[in-house]
Design a protein around this ligand. Structure first.
Ligand code: CAA
Ligand code: NAI
Length: 245
């Protein structure tokens, strides 16, 4: 039980990496607030998890600051504290630069950058009050090395690295650890949109010769959320099969 008694907020938890993280965290003893803007699937998956432990669903668009603030107070009221925030919600709107609309650029920034800002700003006061906290942000191999067709997404995920390092410096002295995970290509709905020829060329450059599984990333979140990583701060943990070194 590596998270016994801890309270975690996981955004983007109705699917993919966030959902797997919720499963793993509950198995390790955490009480989990699953946050997603997809209520239908979010409610259904949370109901399934309730058989394993304490889970509650909140329908929130992380880009909506007011709703995020409301959700965080509800979590605090329900569980009495917040130990862990996993800023996992994210979207893509891929296109080559010359075909990318300003709207698609902005939408990705709103969710992937403002969403992380909104959730962290709302949660940190509760961690300060407690004198301890773990914040884990989700970057990407694309944010660190760039990727064809992902101007908006790569910019947003590079911004996540910048925010992570700034907050690690800002809150380290308050015993709040802030780290990021930079996944490679992981088998979720997000990667299902990538053309097959791109997947085939990726497999040739991933030394482990496979896509990641959601559990590969959930286990990295788990390490950074647990007390085992108490001296890890401001790092970007690459979980990408060695695609970039
Ligand atoms: N590397 C090098 N060249 C590439 C390339 C790549 N990865 N992808 C496309 N190109 C080239 C094509 O070969 C093509 O070249 P020519 O003009 O010489 O023929 C040119 O770029 C245009 O490509 P398309 O014909 O595919 O253009 P399109 O407009 O139909 O589609 C696209 C563009 C939407 C970006 C499409 O290529 C695509 O979806 N690519 C995948 C983008 C990607 O990797 N997304 C990752 C999503 S998963 C994720 O984001 C998770 C994470 O964090 C990693
Ligand atoms: P996914 O598309 O399977 O799941 C993302 C979840 O986030 C969905 O349930 C969606 O409804 C939710 N979401 C999207 N926008 C939201 C918003 N504004 N407010 C609330 N919820 C929202 O994606 P996946 O693969 O699980 O991705 C999770 C995170 O990991 C994202 O930040 C993504 O950018 C990142 N990532 C994913 C990689 C991959 O290969 N799958 C690689 C690197 C990073």
């Amino acid at each position: 039980m590596r998270l016994e008694g801890k309270v975690a907020i996981i955004t983007g938890a109705a699917n993919g990496l966030g959902l797997e993280a919720a499963r793993v965290f509950i198995k390790e003893g955490a009480k989990v607030a699953l946050v997603d803007y997809d209520a239908t699937i979010g409610e259904q998956r949370t109901a399934e998890l309730q058989a394993e432990g304490e889970a509650v669903f909140y329908q929130v668009d992380v880009a909506n600051q007011e709703k995020v603030v409301e959700m965080v107070s509800m979590v605090k009221e329900r569980f009495g504290k917040i130990d862990i925030l996993i800023n996992n919600a994210g979207i893509t709107r891929d296109n080559m630069l010359l075909k990318m609309s300003g709207e698609d650029f902005q939408k990705v920034m709103d969710v992937n950058v403002n969403g992380v800002f909104n959730c962290t700003q709302a949660v940190v006061p509760h961690m300060l009050e407690k004198g301890k906290g773990k914040i884990i942000n989700t970057s990407s191999v694309s944010g660190v090395y760039g990727n064809v067709g992902q101007t908006n997404y790569a910019a947003s995920k590079a911004a996540v690295v910048g925010m992570t390092k700034s907050w690690a410096k800002e809150f380290g002295r308050k015993n709040i650890n802030v780290n990021a995970v930079a996944p490679g290509f992981v088998d979720t709905n997000m990667v299902a949109t990538v053309p097959e020829k791109v997947i085939q060329s990726l497999l040739q450059v991933i030394p482990l010769q496979r896509l990641g599984k959601p559990s590969d990333i959930a286990n990295a979140y788990l390490y950074l959320a647990s007390d085992e990583s108490d001296y890890v701060n401001g790092t970007v943990l690459h979980v990408d099969g060695g695609i970039m070194m």
